[in-house]
Design a protein around this ligand. Structure first.
Ligand code: DLL
Length: 435
């Protein structure tokens, strides 16, 4: 039987949900306009006043907010409450030089916890579960978000943070963890370590995993489910909108329900900004309608995905987003062809390889090159050069069929690609160094 954390909201009729969103949006726009000069200027520039926004039907009148705006306004420019009302900050890793600092009031944290509690409940979690949180703790939102949700549900919470993999497995077994929360790449690494320790999935107490913070394919899901003996659920979110829990997966496992009572999604054409109808692929845009300290109106996430209102067998009526195919800025353009790392991962797992790979892109004599280093499983390893070359040719052929371009494939020895305990780095684009 499907369990809900907040059935009234999760299964609300479309009319009731729209009414709630309408009311919250109107109040939010007023709050933002009155308290944030940056937004007031953006809205004034576009000639929109709070009175023009009477319901969600008027959402399209509001200006977009981009990552560049967040950078411009760093650190306090988008703060909508006095700093004395804030109790916490989180921040993105800033690996691409785009650090974002998000502020939270206690009310913001309570709502965030509720969103994560819905995700844990949808994955079958109750107060009788032991929830091992192996997302990083600190400025990253993964650890704190799932930790808060787990407390709210009443699970016994293990705030492990990421890393120290053998100890993770030891604790999991000693304390009977039933739910594991971490990135999918770390879950794959834990699965691999379980195997290396001579354990079988049946010897683990786990029943479910809640994995997100990076793109992962259906093939990766199946591989993790097998290696840990669990059902693996997706969870989505971003620092700018609080963190994990903006959307979560249910038993149907065909996309994530968006917590629409807090976040209104739109899909737009990333080039023109035009709002696209349900079912079309485009950039995901969110408006947060309950946040106090750091509200975002029409924030462009750069994540590419599709929305669907198709009836879900779990009974939830919350709109669903498909697994994001990656960020528009993750997409590689190789000799004019669009390539997503997720397509490469699909081929690898389908062909029986591990999800440990590294893509290197470069430009030689004005032509883009793509080299895919793929790690062999120990049983695929061979020291006969001919065998390896045959396997590489066969894999390159499968890649060509999927990608439409001819990559160079290099099979590398087991364990030679660095494992990830957080978000995996899959691509090195050396062209950027030359530009
Ligand atoms: O990754 C928040 C999070 C933590 C989500 C734990 C889920 C679990 P950021 O570090 O700000 O926040 O990165 C946000 O990560 O815009 C997506 O590109 C990507 N992302 C997050 N969840 C998923 C997912 C956290 N389930 C960025 N599938 C987002 C694909 C995801 N990409």
């Amino acid at each position: 039987m499907e369990r809900y954390w907040n059935q009234e909201i999760e299964c609300a009729s479309r009319e009731d949900m729209k009414k709630l969103q309408d009311e919250r949006l109107v109040a939010q726009v007023k709050h933002v306009y009155e308290n944030v000069k940056y937004y007031r200027d953006l809205m004034d520039e576009k000639g929109v006043k709070p009175e023009d926004i009477k319901s969600t039907d008027d959402l399209h009148k509001l200006p977009f907010l981009s990552k560049a705006d967040l950078r411009d306004a760093y650190p306090y420019g988008l703060l909508a409450t006095p700093l004395s009302e804030c109790v916490r900050i989180h921040s993105t890793s800033g690996t691409t030089g785009r650090r974002v600092v998000a502020f939270y009031t206690q009310h913001d944290i309570d709502i965030w916890d509720e969103c994560c509690a819905r995700a844990i409940t949808a994955a079958g979690g109750t107060k009788d579960d032991v929830c091992q949180v192996a997302y990083g703790f600190g400025l990253f939102t993964g650890g704190a978000g799932l930790n808060g949700g787990s407390h709210k549900v009443g699970c016994l919470t293990l705030p492990m943070s990421s890393g120290n993999t053998e100890r993770q497995i030891q604790f999991m077994r000693d304390l009977n963890s039933t739910i594991l929360c971490c990135t999918p790449s770390y879950a794959a690494y834990i699965g691999e370590t379980v195997h290396e320790m001579g354990l079988t999935p049946e010897e683990l107490p786990l029943k479910a995993g809640i994995f997100g913070a990076e793109p992962w394919t259906e093939e990766m899901r199946r591989s993790i489910e097998k290696s840990l003996g669990i059902k693996a659920y997706d969870i989505y979110g971003l620092t700018e909108t609080s963190g994990p829990g903006v959307a979560f997966e249910c038993s149907e496992q065909t996309g994530m329900h968006i917590n629409e009572d807090n976040f209104i999604p739109e899909i737009i054409n990333p080039d023109t900004g035009e709002v696209l109808p349900e079912g079309e692929v485009g950039e995901l845009v969110f408006t947060s309608i309950t946040k106090e300290a750091f509200p975002l109106l029409r924030y462009r996430t750069r994540d590419l995905c599709v929305l669907s209102r198709k009836k879900c067998s779990c009974g939830r009526t919350l709109i669903k987003m498909a697994k994001p195919m990656g960020r528009s800025d993750d997409m590689l353009i190789i000799r004019g062809v669009n390539v997503f790392p997720s397509q490469i991962e699909t081929v690898l797992i389908e062909q029986g390889y591990s999800p440990n790979y590294l893509i290197e892109v470069d430009r030689v004599n004005n032509t883009d090159t793509i080299d895919i280093n793929v790690e062999m499983n120990p049983d695929q390893f061979s020291d006969k050069v001919g065998d390896l070359q045959d396997k590489e040719r066969q894999l390159a052929g499968a890649m060509k069929t999927m990608l439409g371009i001819n990559p160079k494939v290099h099979l590398v020895s087991p364990k030679s690609i660095t494992r990830s305990e957080g978000k995996a780095v899959r691509v090195i684009d050396k062209r950027k160094l030359h530009d």
